[in-house]
Design a protein around this ligand. Structure first.
Ligand code: GN1
Ligand code: MG
Length: 363
């Protein structure tokens, strides 16, 4: 690995010697390393990341989207709560490098004095990340969405995601479907509800706008002392999409006090106080840029995206774990069960969630 990193350093004109490096393992898709480089008298920290080209079939599209959004924010002097991640350019003035063996790498400077959380204890932090994501959507809301490349087709098309799950269950190539009968019946029960946002989009009732599409709050770097947002990261899936999906995905991660793959399902539920904090931050920042129908359906995004992700984890489990990186046996199954428990709990609280969003928007 060290030699690979050194070769990359040359292409980026980075001097010095590698002091140490370590993998960062909280993403499920790309391979990410923290690399510190000693260029006496300074030691500079970098992120080196190998993009997963099984998931992103056209990674150049991904990098171009990030560049377009960055240019848009800069060229229009957009005032934002925090910055967005940008990548260094190599000697060919490209923000990515394809190595001789076909690997797709990108580098950025590591943001010092920042933290991210996988599980949060402090509601203030939720308010801050809610504000950051809401603000980000507000800032990019007038970027022409149709200019963005589609990096993963039908990424949050829940109807297609469920079709895919049932297709994989029917194929059952690894004889794993027999163990997930209860899960299958839950998907049958909620199928029509889950397709609601997708169907409203197809009918043109809900507007497509540029969205982040992967709003886990560990995709916001926070100042480690003040918890103010510093940088929005992981812009790989910026595409035309729904504000409800960004809101919902953030709630899925932020308002569950347990980890995404918790196996003690008693610990997994939507914490309403956390939900409220995040929602206050988010709506405070995105505010009036949402249409009435977007506001009305905002909270639906939470159970829908949570069921959708559960279906993706379950499909990947049955399909022998090809998509999401796993770190233990049945990891995707554990993740799916955790997300399903969370989604079912959200269904019980959905009316209150919708009511609270309306209250915040002042309608
Ligand atoms: C993946 O890149 P990462 O690990 O933040 C996935 C998201 C899921 C998330 C669940 C491109 O995100 O859609 O919500 O895992 N990204 C892709 O943790 O599929
Ligand atoms: Mg991601």
């Amino acid at each position: 690995m060290k030699e690979k990193f050194e070769n990359l350093m040359k292409l980026y004109g980075i001097n010095g010697s590698i002091k140490n490096y370590s993998p960062i393992t909280n993403g499920h898709i790309n391979e990410t390393y923290y690399v510190s480089i000693d260029n006496h008298p300074y030691v500079n920290p970098y992120i080196f990341q190998k993009v997963n080209t099984y998931v992103f079939k056209n990674p150049v599209y991904v990098m171009n989207n990030i560049m377009m959004i960055d240019n848009f924010i800069k060229n229009n002097n957009k005032k934002s709560a925090c910055k967005i991640v940008t990548f260094l350019v190599n000697e060919e003035y490209k923000n990515y490098t394809v190595t001789e063996n076909g690997e797709f790498w990108r580098l950025c400077i590591f943001e010092e004095n920042t933290v991210t959380f996988d599980v949060v204890e402090n509601p203030e932090i939720l308010h801050s990340s809610g504000y950051a994501f809401g603000d980000f959507l507000n800032v990019i809301s007038d970027f022409p969405a149709e200019k963005l490349n589609i990096t993963i087709p039908d990424f949050h098309n829940t109807r297609k995601r469920l079709e895919n799950l049932f297709r994989i269950i029917n194929l059952d190539e690894n004889n794993r479907a027999k163990d997930v009968k209860d899960e299958i019946s839950i998907f049958e029960k909620y199928h029509d509800f889950c397709c609601k946002l997708t169907d409203m989009t197809d009918k043109g009732v809900l507007p497509l706008r540029p969205v982040h599409n992967d709003t886990k709050y560990n995709n916001i770097l926070l100042n480690k002392n003040t918890f103010e947002p510093v940088c929005v990261v992981d812009l790989d899936t910026i595409m035309p999409g729904l504000v409800a999906h960004d809101f919902g995905d953030a709630i899925r991660f932020a308002a569950n006090k347990a980890a995404e793959d918790e196996t003690d399902l008693n610990k997994v539920y939507l914490d309403f106080e956390y939900f409220k904090e995040f929602t206050k931050g988010f709506t405070g920042a995105i505010g009036q840029s949402m249409t009435d129908i977007e506001t009305e359906t905002l909270a639906l995004g939470a159970p829908i995206i949570t069921f959708e992700l559960a279906s993706r984890f379950l499909a990947d489990h049955i399909d022998d774990d090809k998509y999401f990186a796993i770190h233990r046996e049945n990891h995707n199954l554990d993740r799916a069960r955790c997300q399903m428990k969370l989604a079912c709990d959200m269904m019980e609280k959905l009316d209150d969630m919708c009511g609270f969003v309306q209250e915040c928007i002042g309608k």
